[in-house]
Write a protein that binds this ligand. Structure first.
Ligand code: GLP
Length: 263
């Protein structure tokens, strides 16, 4: 696993956006570039940077197919907290050449969640798998909505959200955890692990324990993000604020070995 440490959130976002754009631009094998995408506050700065680059003609999304990580169960698309709404509001609507038919987001209003999830996996396979999955993680280390103790081999399916996650996410639901849906549809840890590359954004003091668990802890279903240690091409890009729980050794090691990446 590579760990790229940047001074602050803004540099983290610049680095991640340029990394993703370079991958899209270098992709020349004829089939579309398949990009996995997250929601949450962590990716917002990356989306803004990619939009800027797209408008400046530095990266095109015309040949990009996207798959989002997750969606709340029971929220319609036009609910302002659905991930469908979030993605269009914060990203897709501002791109000049993203094709609506290339956007894939799990349908939280499906009346057959099992079929919805199986179809999603089949569609990812149809496109030849995900080239690059960008993700964030929760304070408890959840990746997509794979809460602690979700199988590290899990595939796309229905997830029960923990009380902790509903409390954390209640900031978007009038600070009322009861208003946060109790379930979501989510890609599995196995789905993310099958991607050719994974890029995880971790910023802020509140993610310090999760960053340490991702990088230094043992691989454990308690911290589902730790599965990434078994991925052959995983990158974590983080800011200084998130490094507070890393050992000094680990921190210095990555600063040194990745010094060319520091913005
Ligand atoms: C939600 C999403 C995750 C996301 C996490 C962190 O629970 N399902 O995919 O990574 O929030 O969000 P934030 O970036 O706002 O901290």
């Amino acid at each position: 696993m590579r760990v790229i440490i940047q001074d602050n959130y803004s540099k983290l976002c610049q680095w991640a956006a340029h990394y993703i754009a370079a991958k899209i631009n270098a992709h020349k094998d004829g089939r579309p570039f398949v990009l996995g995408l997250p929601t949450g506050s962590s990716p917002i700065g990356v989306y803004q940077e990619l939009i800027k680059m797209n408008k400046a003609g530095e990266v095109s999304f015309a040949n990009v197919v996207t798959f989002n990580m997750d969606e709340y169960l029971g929220l319609p698309r036009d609910h302002d907290q659905s991930y469908w709404f979030f993605m269009h509001d914060n990203f897709f609507d501002d791109l000049v050449d993203m094709k609506a038919e290339n956007i894939n987001i799990l349908n939280g209003m499906t009346d057959d969640p099992e079929k919805e999830c199986a179809d999603y996996e089949a569609k990812i396979a149809y496109y030849g798998g995900i080239d690059l999955f960008m993700g964030g993680i929760g304070v408890d280390g959840h990746l997509a909505f794979n809460e602690p103790y979700t199988s590290l081999a899990s595939r796309t399916g229905v997830r029960d959200l923990t009380t902790d996650t509903r409390i954390v996410n209640s900031r978007f639901f009038d600070n009322d955890p009861e208003k946060v849906p109790a379930q979501a549809l989510s890609v599995g840890i196995g789905t993310v692990m099958d991607s050719k590359e994974v890029l995880i954004l971790i910023n802020g003091h509140n993610k310090a324990r999760a960053l340490a668990a991702t990088v230094e802890g043992g691989v454990s279903q308690k911290w589902t993000c730790s599965a990434l240690q078994m991925h052959k091409d995983a990158i974590v890009v983080c800011d200084e604020a998130a490094c507070g729980e890393l050992t000094v050794d680990t921190y210095k090691y990555f600063l040194d070995i990745e010094k060319k990446e520091r913005l």
